[in-house]
Ligand binder design. Structure first.
Ligand code: ATP
Length: 353
């Protein structure tokens, strides 16, 4: 299944509180979160979310504290029971599973990595990683073989016999990752796994997730409240506010075309040249443009094109599938770079006010 599984979420709601089921499908569902709470004592943690995680995609869920990220992701494996809506893993309705089916789903098909590693303190690293296989009844020799393979994969070769408290936070989180990967699930859910780590180690671990994602090609859903983490990791990012979906898009779409002021504020400090691609800055070719400039694809990030554009007198031709989409000249590149200067942003903000 790895690599071609899908996850479909359809009109998902989670309402906490007294008689929560009366909310969905009635006028109460249209109330703001605050009004709903005042009138009914209920909190709509997730409000009518529909999304599809594509095969092999690293999908990030981002939002401020309380926006509903954890609730949404925990509804995916029913650690939290949704109030309404559907979750389909590879076409199978997760909501229809009985207790036994649900256990099998969590053991075999959906792996989870939490912020608090939840490692077994009295067991060696190797046994922690092999734990899921042990529960599944895999023979000892086979589970150790697989666990050793996974330890190599997560960069912990040589630590098989160590105990969790002998490892740093980052390394413990690698054990958590290894444990989730050992059972070869179809999808991995990450609930803010790195928020307790030091910034440098956190960066290391982000690189690790990017590398692992490339190597194992699994669907991953990753929760974070950190925009930079979201932009680094996500193939696509879902931005949530008050339980609702505000925008879903690739990092360049979220930064280049924010859906509303909320997202615009979020991304205001992101260096645009690090995220935007040539697609966002190209213009139509004019008759007086020289056509002997270098050629680049539309998905090259501006930062990676700066040298080439600035060292060519003719504009760069942006070509996709043999077709000229447009050109990027030095002005276009400089506009992106200048807009990143703090004074420029103040100027823009003052101009907008
Ligand atoms: N068991 C519960 N009972 C009542 N309300 C809850 C419960 N769990 C979550 N909530 C409420 O639902 C809303 C969404 O919470 P959730 O934890 O999903 O947000 P989050 O975006 O993951 O936040 P954080 O980043 O702080 O974990 C919050 O207002 C929270 O108070």
């Amino acid at each position: 299944m790895t690599g071609d599984a899908t996850l479909d979420v359809r009109h998902l709601w989670k309402v906490f509180g007294p008689r929560a089921e009366r909310v969905v499908g009635t006028p109460l569902a249209d109330l703001s979160r605050a009004d709903l709470l005042a009138q009914t004592g209920c909190v709509a943690a997730v409000r009518n979310i529909s999304l599809r995680v594509r095969p092999g995609e690293l999908f990030v869920v981002m939002g401020l504290s309380g926006s509903g990220k954890s609730t949404l992701v925990r509804c995916m494996n029913r650690l939290i029971e949704p109030t309404a809506g559907q979750v389909l893993l590879d076409g199978e309705d997760v909501g229809a599973l009985d207790a036994r089916g649900l256990r099998a789903l969590r053991r075999n098909r959906v792996g989870m990595v939490f912020q608090h590693f939840g490692l077994l303190p009295h067991r060696r690293v190797l046994d922690n990683v092999a734990y899921g296989l042990e529960i599944r009844g895999v023979r000892r020799a086979e589970r150790y073989r697989r666990a050793s393979e996974v330890l190599d994969l997560v960069g912990l070769s040589g630590y098989a016999d160590a105990y969790p408290d002998q490892l740093s936070g980052g390394m413990q989180q690698r054990v958590g990752l290894g444990r989730a990967l050992a059972v070869d699930p179809e999808i991995l859910l990450f609930d803010e796994p790195f928020s307790a780590l030091d910034p440098l180690i956190r960066r290391d671990m982000q690189n690790e997730v990017i590398r692992l994602h490339r190597e194992v090609g699994k669907m991953m859903v990753f929760i974070t409240h950190d925009l930079h983490e979201a932009l680094r990791l996500g193939d696509r990012i879902l931005i949530m506010r008050d339980g609702e979906m505000v925008q879903v898009g690739r990092p360049d779409e979220v930064v280049g075309a924010p859906a509303d002021d909320y997202v615009r504020d979020f991304v205001a400090d992101v260096p645009r040249s690090h995220v935007l691609t040539l697609r966002w800055v190209l213009r139509d070719r004019r008759p007086d443009d020289a056509l002997d400039g270098p050629e680049l694809g539309p998905d090259v990030v501006v930062r990676d094109a700066v040298r080439i554009v600035l060292s060519s007198t003719a504009p760069v031709r942006v070509v996709e599938g043999g077709q000229l989409l447009g050109v990027v000249d030095q002005d276009a590149i400089l506009r992106v770079i200048v807009a990143e200067e703090p004074e420029a942003r103040v100027g823009v903000a003052a101009g907008a006010a």
